[in-house]
Design a protein around this ligand. Structure first.
Ligand code: AHN
Ligand code: ZN
Length: 344
């Protein structure tokens, strides 16, 4: 159908417009000569920019990629499920056309445990200088230390929301990037060892952050020398039922212009109700080393809840697929697409 329409349009046009076009063309050429070959200012400004077509985020795909990670079981560093999920993430990004780099690193947890960790970076248009960084953590917490039942305080969690949701959204973004490339380069960074921070029963260290170990490493030793991006967006806990996204404190401190840009994009794309212009408090997360160490302005889109701040399933046995809402994944995913397809 559309082929026929295009064909009809092409063949229906010629005679009159061609003639008229040639006539005005001479006048325009004379004008150019008269102006010394430079187009007048007003003509330059009125050049129409081709309209950006932002692709439609598929929330069912993002949900499926979230479930795909959870199906491995808890992705706790040093476990078999963690190893297997890491391989699957690399394969999936490669299948979606990214150039994938892995940083295999041994990190030291706060309790001395060596963590055999892996940061996974999927790059699109790696040759371009104009870049945006999108990130999430792919590991899950080794303990349900916020579970209402103390018997679970040493049991690993599934981390459907806390970990898998952000990665699920980014895998769907990767699929979209393969189908329709952006003008700029994109790096999707999946950080490891975010959630091996101090157990709730123990004293939090006063020197250094025990969380975000993978991102702290990457911020010191990026996957390419002298790496730089215009800005970064971190997704954390972006699938929980009833979530809202408030402006996070470090994001507003280090990258207020990016928070403004992203919140405006949420409203433009019709998801404003999920992104109120409200204060979400300050949260130590993977965006902090990216701002402080790598010096890239990076914001955190993180689910916010009225009483607790974090989701009620946070670090509990209830952080399962049953508590993931595709509508929340969509609000975040479509907003991210709205931002990156408008960068040039
Ligand atoms: C702290 O609890 C210090 N930061 C929250 C970062 C986090 C944990 N994100 C997901 N899990
Ligand atoms: Zn966590």
């Amino acid at each position: 159908m559309s082929d026929t329409f295009k064909h009809t349009q092409k063949t229906a046009m010629p005679a009159k417009p061609l003639h008229r076009g040639r006539g005005w063309g001479w006048v325009f050429a004379l004008l150019l000569v008269a102006c010394g070959g430079k187009k007048p200012q007003s003509a330059q400004q009125s050049q129409p920019q081709p309209a950006v077509v932002v692709p439609t985020f598929n929330a069912d795909s993002a949900y499926h990629y979230t479930a795909g990670q959870v199906a491995f079981g808890p992705r706790v560093p040093n476990s078999e499920a963690h190893r297997q999920c890491g391989d699957w993430l690399v394969q999936t990004l490669e299948r979606f056309g990214a150039k994938v780099t892995s940083q295999h690193i041994t990190l030291r947890a706060y309790d001395g445990t060596p963590l055999y960790a892996r940061n996974i970076i999927g790059s699109y248009k790696p040759e371009l200088k104009k870049r945006v960084l999108l990130c999430a953590h792919w590991d899950s917490r080794p303990w349900a230390d916020a579970d209402p039942d103390p018997k679970n305080h040493r049991t690993p969690i599934l981390g459907a929301n806390d970990g898998a949701s952000g990665v699920g959204v980014l895998l769907e973004v990767a699929r979209q990037l393969q189908a329709q490339p952006t003008d700029i380069g994109i790096d999707i960074i999946l950080f490891d060892a975010e959630d091996y921070g101090t157990h709730a029963d123990e004293e939090e260290s006063t020197e250094g952050i025990t969380w975000c170990l993978g991102s702290q490493y990457w911020a010191r030793v990026p996957h390419t020398a002298n790496y730089m991006a215009r800005f970064g967006i971190l997704l954390d806990m972006v699938g929980g039922k009833e979530a809202r996204f408030h402006r996070e404190g470090y994001s507003d401190h280090f990258a207020k212009h990016i928070v403004d840009k992203v919140w405006a994009a949420a409203h433009t794309s019709g998801h404003g109700q999920w992104f109120p212009y409200a204060d979400g408090g300050i949260i130590t997360d993977d965006h902090l080393p990216i701002n402080e160490i790598a010096r890239i302005p990076c914001i955190d889109i993180i689910g916010h809840y009225p009483e607790t701040g974090f989701a009620p399933t946070w670090h509990t046995m209830d952080d399962t697929m049953d508590n993931i809402d595709p509508a929340v994944l969509r609000a975040v995913g479509q907003t991210v697409l709205q931002v990156i397809y408008n960068e040039r």
